[in-house]
Design a protein around this ligand. Sequence first.
Ligand code: SF4
Ligand code: SF4
Length: 105
Amino acid sequence: MRVFTLFKEIMANLVHGPATRKYPYVRRPDFPGTRGRLMIDESKCIFCGLCARKCPSDALEVTRKPDQMWKFDQYKCILCAACVEACPKKCLRMAPRTEKYPDEE
Ligand code: SF4
Ligand code: SF4
């Protein structure tokens, strides 16, 4: 019985090909409702700091003086989207995981 099951598995794998993808060349599309990753359109940002104040995991840092800076630590982010909801200029959004940051290769 076991030999038959094994043979069936082997034949199925030969016919259907590998069950895995050639990651990172072929990526699985996000599941519906996946929040992905946080993206900003810095040209719209007014550096008000509301997003940083709403962030429960301290993943954002915003300064207005002496220099305007919006800093994001993706390893602290829990993808709650509280910052996206809080932003008055709508410059934050949750993007698909496959979308890259501007400084990413
Ligand atoms: S998605 Fe949530 S955890 Fe991530 S930066 Fe925004 S508020 Fe912070
Ligand atoms: S809430 Fe929006 S406009 Fe304000 S600092 Fe954050 S990203 Fe910029």
